[in-house]
Design a protein around this ligand. Structure first.
Ligand code: HEC
Length: 427
């Protein structure tokens, strides 16, 4: 596995080696125990898929580390996992294989359901796997101090207020272009920081069509709730931060019910040494037809299509759908020059606006030059969409959450024709 955009699950898998070594989608054990117990059957599932968010001092309503903590929530857990709203992960499990996929197999869901129906017994304490040693939320995960820390101005988030999305922009002070080894977002107040997008913004660039009036932007990182690892790259892989780039954060705050918070969120960058030349530069591209996104009033399934042609052989690292309240589903397809029909690469069929996970492929996908990437977005502007602010409005592209977007973000890097041929030969 050459390349890494590692998230939380990776540590979980390390921590759990021997408990649930299969990991990710391979976690599809299809055996449902006759009499499941907490210690033997349920706790390993919670460790793998839930505790990263459900532990003390996090933004979640409860911790799910111990039997005492879990027991009162048993019914609610059953209901949430059966509805597949927990853990938050909305890609069809049968399309593509994703790194650190936390989603539960049908057998795991049945195990939890049966355990709850049988009274949620504790079981034998000796069956319990070792507790996971979760790292603290506010440490630079990779151990070393970053070379550059960019911090937002203070933002006051009053209790019971509406969601806000300030977008402060900061200078980096860099005097030369630098290749980035890792990026980590460090929220000041995790309770209210829902997610953070980190953009490099520059004035102009050929061929970029996602700039808008405030400059061309490249998405450098996207921190969803529960991600405290950030993005990092193995040696040879890097992102480029140019000396004149400004850093723009999109800070999405969800206010607390009772307390006021003043947040200052930081982003840490670790660079390769000056002069280092990576083998591959990871890029991010917004695939979107922003100019003709039109969603009629009341329409339950407004479809829009966007395309992006790969001019060189390319490996796709990840896919991240971005839409707002009316977002419903998004698919990613590849139309190879030599194939008769499109190939489905991802099917995020239950998009939920307030969760925006990035789907990182277990192995980057390899595609030939000339492949057309096809993103199809579906929006639900009907009254049946419970978060729809106004089903009578015709909606188009815009920054506000009440406007819409239809972006499929792709992280990718180019390879040579020779590398492409070699990878084909391996398959
Ligand atoms: C990425 C973070 C994250 C992960 C992973 C996660 N949760 Fe949650 N969970 C949340 C947040 C945030 C909430 C509160 C907001 C909401 O209800 O959506 C929540 C709410 C819940 C609730 C409802 C609590 C209530 O107030 O009624 C249950 C039950 C739950 N989670 C169970 C689980 C289980 C079981 C798993 C693993 C199978 C899991 N969660 C994985 C973040 C997470």
């Amino acid at each position: 596995m050459p390349l890494s955009k590692v998230s939380v699950g990776a540590i979980m898998l390390l921590a759990l080696a021997g408990v649930n070594p299969a990991g990710a989608a391979a976690n599809d054990g299809d055996v449902v125990p006759e009499h499941p117990t907490f210690t033997r059957d349920v706790l390993p599932i919670l460790q793998r898929s839930c505790q990263v968010c459900h532990r003390p001092d996090m933004f979640t309503p409860m911790s799910l580390l111990t039997y005492e903590e879990v027991r009162p929530w048993a019914r609610s857990i059953k209901q949430r996992v059966e509805a597949r709203v927990m853990p938050p992960w909305f890609a069809d499990r049968t399309v593509g294989r994703y790194r650190d996929d936390p989603s539960l197999s049908d057998a795991e869901i049945s195990t939890i359901g049966r355990w709850v129906d049988q009274g949620a017994p504790r079981g034998n304490p000796a069956d319990a796997p070792a507790a996971v040693a979760w790292p603290a939320v506010d440490t630079w995960y990779h151990g070393e101090k970053p070379d550059l820390v960019v911090t937002s101005p203070p933002v006051v988030v009053p209790p019971n207020s509406i969601e806000t999305y300030p977008e402060p922009e900061m200078e980096t002070g860099l005097t030369e272009d630098r290749y980035v080894k890792w990026i980590q977002v460090m929220p000041g107040e995790s309770r209210v920081v829902h997610h953070v997008l980190v953009y490099a913004v520059r004035d102009s660039e050929d061929g970029a069509d996602d700039g808008g009036p405030r400059g061309v932007r490249e998405l450098l990182a996207n921190r969803a709730r529960g991600d405290f690892v950030g993005d990092w790259f193995e040696d040879g892989y890097a992102r480029l931060l140019r000396k004149d780039d400004r850093i723009r954060l999109q800070l999405h705050y969800l206010p607390d019910d009772e307390r006021s918070f003043t947040d200052r969120t930081s982003v840490g960058f670790k660079f390769y040494p000056p002069g280092y030349e990576p083998d591959y530069v990871v890029r991010t591209r917004a695939v979107s037809n922003r100019h003709d996104l039109i969603i009629p009033p009341g329409e339950p399934n407004a479809r829009s299509d966007a395309y992006f042609t790969l001019l060189e052989p390319t490996r796709i690292i990840s896919f991240q759908p971005h839409m707002h309240y009316r977002g419903k589903a998004m698919t990613l397809e590849a139309i190879r020059p030599d194939a008769g029909r499109p190939e489905l690469l991802a099917d995020v069929n239950r998009f939920a606006w307030d969760w925006q996970p990035t789907y990182v492929y277990e192995t980057p996908l390899t595609l030939p030059a000339g492949t057309v990437m096809h993103v199809t977005a579906y929006h639900d502007n009907s009254a049946a969409n419970r978060v729809n602010p106004d089903p009578t409005a015709a909606v188009g592209w815009g920054q506000r959450t009440i406007d819409e977007m239809n972006i499929g973000w792709l992280d990718y890097f180019h390879i040579s024709e020779e590398e492409y041929a070699a990878l084909q030969a391996e398959e």
